[in-house]
Design a protein around this ligand. Structure first.
Ligand SMILES: O=C(O)CCC(=O)C(=O)O
Ligand SMILES: [Fe+2]
Length: 184
């Protein structure tokens, strides 16, 4: 995890721009065969054709906001991965969270690289090995930090963004992804 990948003031400006500027929605997710509202707001952004099926529901992408273009360019330069999409999540307070999952949808291909930028309140992110749950990594992801998941991370680990009873402000997380193939 890279602390201060974005300095405080550009990170705060981006947090504000995205809070006001993205078409945030409550996405429906499928859980044990039932469709429920996910406990957060989300927005799927991408190049044309990057339709993404997430928790069984298909999402067509919104266009890239100008504020994200230089971030995407920098990430492509630094990782060598041609990211073509980003899932933005807005955790309004400590009750908003994301349950255990892997980012292993087939359209991401084998061993995807996922670059996760955090803005706003520091929240706890946990990675837990699938076959050895004692093997886990607990990270507090601060404002402006970047976490890059690569290699067998999605195959071997699941991850979650924990709920907290603490009073925390809003947090935005951007997970940059590369969609390899259209599911259509
Ligand atoms: O909010 C986070 O840090 C994690 C988000 C995540 O795991 C995802 O979008 O797939
Ligand atoms: Fe994830």
């Amino acid at each position: 995890m890279l602390r201060g990948w974005l300095r405080t003031s550009p990170a705060s400006a981006l947090h504000r721009q995205l809070t006001d500027g993205l078409p945030w929605r409550v996405h429906r997710v499928r859980l044990f065969g039932r469709e429920i509202d996910s406990p957060r707001l989300s927005c799927w952004i991408g190049d044309r054709g990057t339709t993404y099926r997430y928790s069984g529901v298909r999402h067509h992408p919104s266009a890239w906001p100008d504020a994200l273009l230089p971030i995407r360019e920098r990430l492509i330069r630094e990782t060598g991965v041609a990211f073509n999409s980003v899932l933005a999540n807005l955790y309004r307070d400590g009750r908003d969270c994301m349950g255990w999952h892997s980012d292993d949808e087939p359209e991401l291909g084998a061993q995807p690289v996922i670059a996760s930028l955090s803005l706003g309140a520091t929240r706890r992110f946990v990675l837990r090995h699938r076959s050895d749950p004692m093997h886990k990594l607990v990270l507090e992801l601060p404002h402006g930090s970047l976490l890059v998941m690569r290699g067998a991370t999605q195959e071997d680990y699941r991850h979650a963004l924990c709920r907290t009873a603490k009073r925390v402000g809003p947090r935005i997380n951007l997970t940059f992804r590369r969609i390899m193939a259209n599911p259509d």
